[in-house]
Design a protein around this ligand. Structure first.
Ligand code: T3D
Length: 244
């Protein structure tokens, strides 16, 4: 949980450091089989803390900030081979929006809004924004969102395919927790393979993607969870997946 509600969970350097450490810890711990990311208070995150002299002072090197903090977080969220559920509990602006969009299943409260706030302070979208936006909403909408920097409500984000679903504010967290718990009891190796394949499809040719499916499915075919899934189906019972 991003927990700096009095500043709308704007990212400080320490928060970004801890965030990356937490995702890496979740990846390394075999007992962790799903991740749930949310924010405390009325915002998910207002992005980079603009009051930090390291980013707003003379000679600030924003490239270094991205290289050392944001880019590793985006890559860690995209490559952790476990489902990442994001519960966007309110405003998600700037890097806060793009960190949220790096999740696998993004749920948003009805009152949430997404803002590519970068151009309003003289920047361009970062934290993967210029990659994910054209991929998921297309060229025209990616440019409109990025150039105008206007907030878009959760419902519109869903209609545009930017997020998975919208929930009433009072049930968002419960819904997200249930989803994360369902994932945590699921076939973890298959989930990791699905993430990797869907992401790879953005760059692969059909030939390459078919090869990836062949090789990955071969590996999954030797997993305990596949044997259990088939046995459960044949025995007309619920599978008990173990993530191996
Ligand atoms: O720059 C680099 O280092 C490179 C990396 C960039 C990545 C980025 O994320 S760039 C984009 C940074 N974020 C923004 O530009 C958004 C700035 N915030 C806003 O535009 C507004 O706060 C919101 C639209 C998100 C919400 O507006 P509102 O009216 O609901 O709340 P508020 O009153 O503006 O904010 C509440 C408090 O949070 C306020 O503090 P105060 O006055 O009560 O003490 C405000 O200053 C603080 N806050 C909000 N966003 C940030 C912030 N403080 C520091 N940094 C913020 N980004």
């Amino acid at each position: 949980t991003l927990d700096r509600p009095e500043k709308l969970n704007a990212f400080t350097s320490a928060m970004l450091h801890d965030f990356l450490a937490a995702v890496r810890e979740a990846e390394a711990d075999d007992d962790v089989r799903a991740v749930l990311l949310t924010g405390e208070g009325r915002a998910f995150s207002a992005g980079q803390d603009l009051s930090d002299p390291a980013v707003s002072g003379d000679g600030a090197d924003l490239g270094a900030l991205l290289a050392e903090r944001y880019n590793p977080i985006i890559l860690a969220l995209r490559t952790i081979p476990k489902p990442v559920v994001v519960a966007v509990n309110g405003t998600a602006a700037g890097a806060g929006a793009n960190v949220a969009l790096a999740g696998d299943v993004v749920l948003a409260s009805r009152s949430a809004r997404f803002i590519q706030a970068f151009s309003t302070i003289g920047l361009m979208p970062d934290s993967g924004g210029t990659w994910i936006l054209p991929h998921v909403v297309g060229h025209a909408r990616a440019l409109g969102l990025s150039l105008l920097g206007d907030p878009i409500p959760a419902e519109q984000a869903k209609d545009w395919g930017l997020i998975w679903d919208v929930c009433d504010d009072d049930v968002l967290l419960e819904t997200a927790k249930e989803m994360a718990a369902t994932f945590a009891a699921g076939p973890t190796l298959a989930f990791g393979a699905i993430k990797r394949a869907i992401d790879a499809a953005a760059l692969n040719t059909l030939d390459e993607q078919l090869d990836l499916e062949r090789d990955t499915q071969r590996r999954l075919g030797h997993s305990y969870d596949y044997r259990e899934g088939v046995a459960a189906f044949m025995e007309k019972r619920q599978p008990k997946f173990e993530g191996r």
